[in-house]
Design a protein around this ligand. Structure first.
Ligand SMILES: C[S@@+](CC[C@H](N)C(=O)[O-])C[C@H]1O[C@@H](n2cnc3c(N)ncnc32)[C@H](O)[C@@H]1O
Length: 265
C-alpha cells in the first residue's frame, strides 16, 4: 500500500494574509484538513470547498477530542486519503503538541512534513508595532506559558520576571491577577503591559496599561481568551495607526492606558 503524507501546518495568528505561501499551497493540495479551534474562519475559507474539513479543536473546557483521539484520527484518515493536513493555530511547535502528532504518524509509517506558521507570540507583537527587543533595554525576550501541566504558576514566570527580557505570555488570560502579582514582586508598577485578544482578527482587542492598573482595565474591557500578554518597554511603541483609540479617563503618570478596538464600519 502507498504511504500517505501528513503535513503539520501552522495557520498563523488568524489573519489569512499571515499564512505562509507554503501553507496555502499545502492546504490547496490536501485531501482532508483536520483543524483546531484557534484556526480562524478566514483561514478555513481558503481551503477548497471540495476538501474534507474536520474540526478536532477544543476551547476552554468545551467538549473536545483528547490528544490520543486526534493521533488516532490522523492515522485513520491517512488510510483513506493520500494527503492529510493537520492545521494548527500559530506555529505548530509553539505550545502546539505538534511534535507528538508527527512522532505518532512516523511510528505508523506515514511520510511527514512540518510547515512553520507565524506564532502569535512573535507575530502579534510585531503586528501591533511592539518590538520585543530594544537596543540597550531588552536584549532578549521570553515566550512562556503562565502555568505548568497542573495549572499552577510555573517557576519560569518567576525567573522571567527577574530578567530584563520582554515577556510574552500565552494561555495566561485567566491567570492574569496571579501573573501581575508575580511581576509586581520584581518589576516596576509603571512597567508597560499589553493585552491582545483575538489578535489580527476583525474581533481584535488591544488593551495597553501598566502593571499597576492593568487588572482594572482588563476587567473594564472584558479581556478574555484567546489572548497574549506582553510586558516590556516595547509596548510604549505600540502603533495605534488608523484605529480608534479610546484613552481611559483615569489620571496616570504616563498617558499609556488605552484600549483599541476595530473601528465601527
Ligand atoms: C495552545 S496555545 C497555541 C499557540 C500557537 N501554536 C502559536 O504559535 O500561536 C494557544 C494560545 O495562543 C495564544 N493565541 C493564539 N492565537 C492568538 C490570537 N489570534 N490572539 C491572541 N492570542 C492568541 C493564546 O495565548 C492562546 O491561549
Amino acid at each position: 500500500m502507498k504511504k500517505s503524507l501528513l503535513s503539520l501546518v501552522g495557520a498563523g495568528p488568524g489573519d489569512p494574509d499571515l499564512l505562509t505561501l507554503k501553507a496555502l499551497k499545502c492546504l490547496e493540495r490536501a485531501d482532508v484538513v483536520l483543524y483546531d479551534a484557534l484556526v480562524s474562519e478566514r483561514v478555513l475559507a481558503l481551503i477548497p470547498a471540495s476538501t474534507l474539513k474536520v474540526y478536532v479543536g477544543k476551547r476552554c473546557g468545551q467538549h473536545s477530542l483528547n490528544q490520543e483521539a486526534i493521533n488516532e484520527l490522523i492515522i485513520s484518515y491517512s488510510k483513506r486519503f493520500p494527503h492529510v493536513a493537520r492545521l494548527k493555530g500559530g506555529d505548530p511547535f509553539i505550545f502546539g503538541r505538534g511534535q507528538e502528532e508527527i512522532n505518532y504518524a512516523k511510528k505508523h509509517g506515514l511520510y511527514t512534513e512540518v510547515i512553520p506558521g507565524i506564532s502569535s507570540a512573535i507575530g502579534l507583537p510585531t503586528h501591533y508595532g511592539i518590538p520585543l527587543t530594544k537596543r540597550g533595554i531588552h536584549r532578549s525576550f521570553w515566550v512562556l506559558t503562565a502555568t505548568d501541566q497542573r495549572h499552577q504558576l510555573g517557576k519560569d514566570l518567576d525567573y522571567a520576571a527577574q530578567s530584563s527580557a520582554t515577556l510574552v505570555i500565552l494561555m495566561g488570560t485567566r491567570k492574569l491577577p496571579f501573573i501581575v502579582e508575580k511581576l509586581l514582586s520584581h518589576r516596576d508598577p509603571y512597567c508597560a503591559i499589553a493585552l491582545v485578544q483575538n489578535g489580527s482578527l476583525p474581533s481584535e482587542k488591544v488593551i495597553i496599561g501598566q502593571l499597576q492598573d492593568i487588572l482594572e482595565l482588563a476587567a473594564e474591557h472584558q479581556f478574555s481568551s484567546p489572548g497574549i500578554i506582553i510586558i516590556g518597554e516595547g509596548v510604549k511603541d505600540y502603533a495605534a495607526i488608523s484605529y480608534e483609540v479610546i484613552r481611559t479617563e483615569r489620571p496616570l503618570n504616563t498617558p499609556l492606558s488605552m484600549i483599541r478596538q476595530p473601528m465601527a464600519s
